[in-house]
Write a protein that binds this ligand. Sequence first.
Ligand SMILES: *Cc1c(COP(=O)(O)O)cnc(C)c1O
Length: 375
Amino acid sequence: MHFIDLKAQYGLLKSRIDARIHNVLEHGCYILGSEVFELEEKLAAFVDVKHAITCANGTDALTLSLLALDIKSGDFVITTPFTFFATAEAIAFSGATPIFVDIEEATFNIDPCLLGETLERCNQAGVNVKAVIAVDLFGLPASYDDIEPICKSFGVSLIEDSAQGFAGKLGTRKAGSFGDIATTSFFPAKPLGCYGDGGAVFTNNDELANKIRSLRIHGKGEDKYDNIQIGINSRLDTIQAAVLLEKLSIYPNEIEKRQLVASRYASELKGTPLITPTVPDGFKSVWAQYSLLAPSEEKRNLYMMALKEKGIPSAIYYRKPLHLQSAFEYLDYHEGDFPVTERISETIFSLPMHPYLSVEDQTLVIDTLKLCLDE
Ligand SMILES: *Cc1c(COP(=O)(O)O)cnc(C)c1O
């Protein structure tokens, strides 16, 4: 059994993807070929945002966003300690200092109440918070109905890190459209992935969009030998854009297939000591991961071992919260600072989740878990 089955997806799209790649090899515009711009138009339309700007990966998408917002040394940026390292890494890389805010127990996403309190405290202490990066962890959009007005009232920019949540929903709005700038990743294992590294930035703001288009090509001006600012080199390869054009066409269908797997897991594991993920009313997850809470760390190890014995892969996202990573020792956080994150990191684990997970495989996962729950 696969944790994520990319080969099954390729099998389905093989002739179309092969033809698309072959076409790029023939036309020879390997950097910023027409497929890149065609993809950008389709991505923007898909999440209903004015501008989509592709780049080399999801980490660069965050870096480009922070550069576009002029975030630099001396600035502070708030984010969650329960995310992939890249979210906070991009903040530190920009020269700014990350400030962590704990998550909600039910959604694993940044807690809007704590965010408001932290912004208030920073305000009073004269700490210059420039932006907030909210993360759509495991595919579920953060609580933007609360987060957006809080950021507005404090005059700080909001970045949505939707590397795991692209096109999830809150009401009628899609993930990839929240905040001043949204970012995503096309790393192969993300819900919408390519066959290498890739990423994109989304915004409705013309000025930010123009700036990001320049920043991704060494801060170019009129042409690439006219440089108006210090940028980076971060473009999506034309071949990856070609792959993504085909993958995007089946992505809505794949999102629905993921819902079926998630609801089967949820209904079958209901009433067991395992806590299945909460999707609040009005939200839709794209299920980058299906993450459960075990009653204890010891039990988690037992469940994962039992799954492994049956050939079922499982994983832990994330075992070590960011405030306890040695790379962030200089921020002087300590164990106990973010109790919800710390507690969850001790008991969380993720089950196989992808659109092509067969009913038989789902049954094997569920039965294996139930068997060891009875013991
Ligand atoms: C994967 C991921 C990133 C980084 O994306 P890359 O394409 O691997 O650079 C950033 N944030 C989150 C939440 C991610 O899951």
